[in-house]
Design a protein around this ligand. Structure first.
Ligand SMILES: Cc1ncc(COP(=O)(O)O)c(C=O)c1O
Length: 453
């Protein structure tokens, strides 16, 4: 019988996170204070994040120990299995071997708890009592709700309204784990009220929900804010995924030609790929591909510029690929990929041509996801379907070139509570959607007058 899964023993779980900042080929542009235009210092961030996470955000240590208490929680679902997608390979009939990390085995069903548990731990250790956050598709909100419950913290989640309406089961998961979930824009914050006054029917956006959560946290001394993607420390916590994959593939003597992930803010992509980016920086020949939606083409169409991480302009200015902080994407069904920006680390590596971004239309991604489900059984999150579309594309290229390729990708989550999206696709309601250039030009006007990286 041919092997399908590779496991690690619990004792083989990586004990450190990998920090790519130690290996960056060129220096990154620092986050700037919007008032002074100078790099932000730890004190500027102190009302928003606990100091132990701020220290991690700016650390350039290559390896950072994972605390015992975090490892103990990780062991509930980690190490996650590495699979070979033999049935999908047969279906594609191309000269490819396809491996994937199954991050859908975590209790909420995605990679998000890898950082949620770590962030809840550090907040608790710092004496924080409550965490406020935003969520797009609901995966992050549910992961943080679970993590806060594990460490005895209160949790309040601002959920992008369109997802709140499309995904009742996600908010019920949050409630089950004891969190409060509020549709955003809401009338709980000045940022939310302002948007509602201008656009009473606003579907919301991650940028708006982030503004609400930050405002909420900063107004309460017992509370801090937490972000599920984009920031350096979030990407850091996810690197356990790629390190496990490296150990699993080493067991069967395989090294990939291509590593891939879907990218919203960049965290699951980074988690799998940054340990391989390290190899690439040190000379390995490997392609690193990030898949994003054509409806929110941050890396493929947005410039590399200084911009705010949120709509109300409360964050520092980050050097990243962006569509403008007031960008409101179409309400497509891959909620977690609808963020106007991209992690500064990923943006920098795209600029350095170490990472190659590609955009996929929602019809392509759902077609790929349906093929996947019919061959491999697992139903993917709509976000994850973007990387599956990239795998299909890569297999077609391998066929054309007649070259054998080993592909590794991050199966970032299951779609069992996203079936309304599958319903929309299967009943022919979804249409192709590419963001028009005029819309991009309009969104980018928001960047005029900002410093340039
Ligand atoms: C299953 C899944 N994959 C991917 C993403 C995109 O986020 P990121 O780019 O931070 O991994 C999300 C976000 O909600 C998600 O839920």
């Amino acid at each position: 019988m041919e092997q399908v899964k590779v496991f690690l023993e619990e004792s083989e779980i990586p004990q450190q996170w990998y920090n790519v900042l130690a290996d960056m080929p060129t220096p990154m542009s620092p986050p700037l204070h919007p008032g002074t235009g100078k790099p932000v210092g730890p004190e500027d961030l102190a009302p928003v994040f606990p100091m132990n996470l701020i220290e991690q955000e700016v650390s350039t240590e290559r390896w950072i120990d994972i605390p015992e208490d975090v490892l103990e929680k990780y062991l509930i679902w980690r190490p996650t299995p590495l699979y070979r997608a033999r049935n999908f390979e047969k279906l594609l009939d191309a000269p490819v071997e396809i491996y994937y990390k199954h991050e859908g085995v975590s209790p909420p069903g995605s990679h998000k708890p890898n950082t949620a548990v770590a962030q809840a731990y550090y907040n608790k250790a710092f004496g924080v009592k409550r965490i406020a956050t935003e969520t797009g598709a609901g995966q992050w909100g549910s992961a943080l709700s679970m993590a806060c419950q594990m460490f005895g913290l209160e949790c309040r989640v601002y959920m992008v309204r369109v997802s709140y309406e499309q995904k009742p089961y996600r908010r019920l998961m949050m409630a089950t784990w004891g969190a409060e979930c509020i549709p955003s824009p809401s009338d709980r914050t000045a940022a939310g009220k302002k948007i509602l006054a201008e656009h009473p029917d606003s579907p919301g956006s991650l940028g708006i929900a982030i503004s609400e959560a930050i405002e909420d946290a900063v107004a309460d001394d017992r509370a801090r804010y937490s972000l599920g993607s984009v920031l350096n420390h979030v990407l850091l916590h996810q690197t356990i995924v790629g390190q496990e994959a490296q150990r699993q593939l080493a067991k069967i003597g395989v090294y990939p030609d291509v590593v891939m992930g879907c990218a919203g803010g960049g965290s699951n992509f980074a988690g799998l790929c940054l340990p391989y980016v390290r190899d690439k920086i040190h000379g390995k020949k490997i392609a690193v591909v990030a898949a994003e939606p054509t409806s929110c083409p941050t890396m493929t169409k947005g410039p590399f510029a200084y911009d705010f991480g949120d709509t109300a302009q409360t964050t520092p200015l980050l050097a990243m690929h962006t569509l403008g902080h007031d960008f409101v994407p179409a309400p497509i069904h891959a909620g977690g990929l609808r963020y106007h920006g991209m992690a500064p680390i990923i943006s920098h590596l795209v600029r350095e041509k170490i990472i190659e971004p590609r955009a996929f239309d929602q019809i392509e991604t759902f077609s790929a996801g349906i093929k996947w489900a019919r061959a491999e059984g697992f139903i993917s999150a709509p976000e994850t379907n973007h990387v599956i579309a990239a795998v299909v594309q890569e297999a077609e290229r391998a066929k054309e070139e007649g070259k054998k390729k080993v592909i590794l990708f991050n199966w970032s989550g299951h779609g069992l509570v996203d079936l309304a999206a599958y319903d929309a696709f299967l009943s022919g309601e979804l249409t192709r959607y590419e963001l028009p250039d005029e819309e991009i030009e309009r969104a980018l006007k928001a960047l005029e007058g900002f410093p340039k990286p």
